[in-house]
Each structure stands twice: as structure tokens, then as C-alpha cells.
Design a binder for this molecule. Sequence first.
Ligand SMILES: CC(C)(COP(=O)(O)OP(=O)(O)OC[C@H]1O[C@@H](n2cnc3c(N)ncnc32)[C@H](O)[C@@H]1OP(=O)(O)O)[C@@H](O)C(=O)NCCC(=O)NCCS
Length: 181
Amino acid sequence: MIDLGQKPLIVGEKIILRPFQNGDFPYIEECLKDPEVLKLTGSDAGFNRDTVHQWYDTRNEQTDRLDLAIVDRFQDILVGEVVLNLYEEKSNSMNFRILIGPKGRNRGLGTEATQQIIDYAFKNTNLNQLTLSVYDFNPRAKKVYEKVGFVVESIDENDLEFEGEWVDSINMKLTREIWQK
Ligand SMILES: CC(C)(COP(=O)(O)OP(=O)(O)OC[C@H]1O[C@@H](n2cnc3c(N)ncnc32)[C@H](O)[C@@H]1OP(=O)(O)O)[C@@H](O)C(=O)NCCC(=O)NCCS
């Protein structure tokens, strides 16, 4: 069992991680529609606006996952999100994912947001490990994950077809043991 019903406010140096709130939708929508985000997360541009709006309206009610907005403290706007989801009882592990839209990238916000949510997860739950997947054509994300301690566990070859090319998916993990070091 995991209980992530309490949604924290995490204040970092460059970012704040906080629960989604009214008024966030245009900002998160801008991130989700960004071509780079769509490509690097393997997502489909044709999402239904109402469904997505409803999705963000209901994130704070979820007890088995944690979805937090990333706010850039300098600009004071929402620039992305971090998510812990897909709890697996057997391995006592969760999946991590992150996306940052065009207004927030390449200024260290992703590194800090990743470090902050990982620290929160290991300090406030008894999870054994976090896992994630990153496409091989996303060296920036892989670099961020390596910086905070994730290591490659396996590779799903030819996992995604993008513009006629097959792309591998790299599965990474961060155990509590490695995090503690
Ligand atoms: C991946 C993502 C979260 C990273 O956040 P960010 O704020 O842009 O990244 P940061 O500025 O914190 O750090 C990027 C690091 O990668 C490095 N980097 C940038 N481009 C790189 C490249 N092509 N190859 C290798 N390293 C690269 C930077 O130098 C930096 O490392 P450093 O701090 O040691 O110099 C963000 O860019 C993002 O959400 N992108 C779009 C969606 C996405 O890729 N999501 C992840 C899917 S798995």
C-alpha cells in the first residue's frame, strides 16, 4: 500500500513543486502541446482538451500517485510537472516522469525538480526504488537522471517509431540504497 493522498508544497531554490490548482490549465496545456515535449514523451498531439482538463482537476484526489506542478520561482509561472505513478506492490516501487515546457528548459529547473521529488519520495514513504523510461533520442533527460543517481537497468529495443526511425527505450532505476549514499 502507498498513501500519497497528502499533496506537499516543496520549495526549492529555483522551483516550487505544488499541487495543481484552478487557473493552471492554460499553462500545463502549453507544455503538453509543445512539439519537443510531444516527441520526447512519445505523446500524441491529438488529445481531448476536456479530458485533459478533467485530468488536472482530479490530480489532488488521487491517493496512489503524486502529480505536482513545477513552478519557476524566477518567472512565477507553471512550467511543467513531475509525477510519481504506477505503484508496484511486489517491488515496492513507483515510476517517475517529468516534463517541462518551452518556458522552463535548460536552466537547471528539471534537475532540481527531479532531485526534490526523489528526496520527498524516499523521505516520506518506504518505497524501495523509483524507475523510469527515457527514449534514446533524449540525452538531456538521461543526463539529468544520471546526475541524480538513476542507473540503466535494461533497454527495450525499437520501442517507438518516430518519423520512420525506430528508437530504443532505456529503463533506469534508483534504489533507496543508492539514493542514501
Ligand atoms: C528533460 C527535462 C526534464 C530536463 O530538464 P531541464 O531543466 O531542461 O534540464 P537541466 O537544465 O536541469 O539539465 C540538463 C542537463 O543536460 C545537459 N544536456 C543538455 N543537452 C544535452 C545533450 N544533448 N546531451 C547531453 N547532455 C545534455 C545539460 O548540460 C545539463 O547538464 P549539466 O547541468 O550537468 O550541465 C526537460 O528538458 C524536459 O522536460 N524536456 C521535454 C520533455 C522530456 O524530455 N521529458 C522527459 C521524458 S523521459
